[in-house]
Design a protein around this ligand. Sequence first.
Ligand code: 5GP
Length: 190
Amino acid sequence: MKGKCIIFSAPSGSGKSTIVHWLMQEHPELRLAFSVSAASRQPRPGEQHGVDYFFLTPEQFRAHIEAGDFLEYEEVYGGHLYGTLRSQVEEKLKQGINVLFDIDVKGGVNIKQQFGDEALSLFVQPPSLEELRRRLEGRGTETPEKIEMRLARAEEEMTYAPRFDRVVVNDNLEKAEADTLALVRDFLSH
Ligand code: 5GP
């Protein structure tokens, strides 16, 4: 049996990555593999090439665009390019492995359109913009200007929620994780 796609998108700081990592670590029976995206930004401390992203130069990234290697790609924050590599997805699906995407809202809508019923798209919604600000500030990885930029973007990204199959509200992490697990299990069971 072919694998299916599970798409996670969210305004940045919504706790999406925490939920994704929890799901993959705690539930190996779901046979999930992460689609490692390509990105033209610099790695943050602790991030590894081939694990978090394939970190490419803008020139390398553009060469992959020319070669048609991306299922989707996009210019996200501050002109950085991010994209989903076909090679990360197609082989795994053929092997019956379910592919998990952690991508921005436009990329999420795009992948869902391409895979239709073979994909479940989940929008992880932070409780409010104020809470989002608190989380971004607490993370301490971004400058104040970058935080303002991300918040402005988050406001726009929130408007994408209705274009996803399901919305998971993350006002309580444990509940959001349990909700996510139930939705993913249900989707993979038929
Ligand atoms: P970050 O730089 O914080 O890791 O990610 C910035 C944004 O890029 C996040 O919203 C993340 O979900 C998004 N992103 C990561 N990979 C991809 C991808 O392959 N395609 C698209 N469209 N967005 C991505």
